[in-house]
Design a protein around this ligand. Structure first.
Ligand code: GDP
Length: 377
């Protein structure tokens, strides 16, 4: 309709009919219209990773975390092709109970090593129990505010909850991908409440244990095994009123460590106090870690430990696959609950029950193999 102001009297002030505004929602983003990311081939992945392309690296990590067999086979090929480019890094495991200050410290440690030594830093995690690990990248990024926006850092949360062995293996594979992408410093964080330390210890060059000064006996609640694994123990929150208790805790840890035999590495673990929050004493810790690396590279232990770790992971992977194959076997699934009941009711001994399950498993495998042979011939 013609607008009244378009009358001759208002010449020069023409008002046009309005233009329909586009919807605020792009209809093409509805399900089905979303543009799929193009599939990458193994060589696309490998080339992207070696160029240091973070998007490709992230996608490759996601692939290693996938349980779908077709993703796993691509992932394994990518990892294998990346292996020759991996290994050239310093891997540090960082452990401590929730609230010990791991995130705050990793933020401070990360900035320090990047400033002091240059290069690129990847922060990974092993946390098979946590809610946080269910894909919350944002959660981890906000935990490490400064590193999250640092152009030389890559933060990746723990693979989604699952068996510890599975979660740890994926993190170990991620280390290979990150190293191939040029990350020469790798932090692997773990929550210090049990076996995850052993998993982290089996993939790092230096194991750093973060402790807090508490009340009473500082050493209470720390398993001897975990202390034995530590190459360095650091007491966080040594600031304000907590300075003295932290120093006291350090003395107690030093005394306790004296009672342990000298570790295989020949390196006597050291104890420091620091404050991740106020960035005090951080340099001393990293000077120590770099001293350690020089020490073990010199005496051959660095190479030895990495080889021992590779061997350990070979056996771990075999065991994980065997366990998976066993428990996912349809015959076993059908029998397991009944056998368990029979054991609980005293009708079968554990050993007889286990043997009959294993026999059934191997028998089903043999049948599978001979069926395959028939099909092939
Ligand atoms: P995480 O659970 O081990 O990752 O621990 P966080 O890094 O989230 O820290 C737990 C709490 O301790 C937070 O409220 C931090 O602000 C605080 N915190 C961490 N480091 C220090 C420190 O060096 N000094 C003090 N006073 N507080 C700290």
């Amino acid at each position: 309709m013609e607008h009244p102001e378009n009358n001759e009297a208002y010449k020069g002030l023409a008002v046009n009919a309005g233009i329909e505004q586009p919807a605020s929602v792009n209809p093409y983003l509805k399900n089905g219209h979303r543009r799929k990311k193009p599939r990458l081939s193994v060589s696309d992945y490998v080339e992207g990773i070696i160029k240091g392309d973070i998007t490709v690296l992230s996608r490759a990590v996601t692939l290693t975390e996938s349980t779908r067999p077709e993703h796993q086979s691509v992932a394994q090929e990518v990892i294998e092709k990346c292996l020759p480019y991996a290994g050239n890094s310093i891997r540090v495991g960082i452990s401590g109970v929730p609230g010990a200050g791991k995130s705050t410290s990793i933020d401070a440690f990360g900035l320090h090593v990047l400033e002091q030594y240059g290069g690129k830093l990847a922060v990974l995690a092993i946390d098979p129990s946590s809610e946080r690990s269910k894909g919350s990248i944002l959660g981890d990024k906000t935990r490490m505010e400064k590193l999250a926006v640092h152009p030389k850092s890559f933060i990746r949360p723990s693979p989604a909850a699952g068996s510890l062995g599975g979660v740890a293996r994926k993190t170990r594979e991620t280390i290979v991908l990150c190293e191939a992408a040029g990350f020469d410093k790798i932090f692997v964080e773990t929550v210090g409440v049990g076996q995850s330390e052993t998993a982290v210890h089996s993939m790092v060059d230096f194991f750093l244990l973060i402790q807090l000064a508490g009340t009473g006996d500082e050493l209470q609640g720390i398993k001897r095994g975990i202390m034995e694994m530590a190459d360095g123990i650091v007491i966080n929150k040594a600031d304000g009123d907590n300075l003295e208790p932290a120093r006291l805790a350090a003395v107690q840890f030093r005394n306790a460590l004296r009672l342990f035999p000298v570790p295989e590495s020949g390196w006597t673990p050291q104890v420091f106090t620091y404050s991740g929050f106020y960035n005090l004493g951080v340099k001393e810790i990293w000077d120590m870690i770099y001293r350690y690396i020089a020490f073990v590279k010199d005496n051959g232990y660095f190479e030895y430990r990495r080889n021992a770790q590779s061997k350990y992971w070979m056996y771990e992977t075999i065991e994980e696959h065997l366990r998976d194959s066993f428990y996912h076997n349809p015959c076993i699934k059908a029998m397991l609950a009944q056998k368990e009941r029979q054991v609980l009711q005293g009708e079968l001994t554990s050993f007889v029950a286990a043997k009959s399950l294993l026999d059934a498993y191997f028998k089903s495998k043999r049948e599978w193999t001979s069926n395959d042979e028939i099909e092939e011939s």
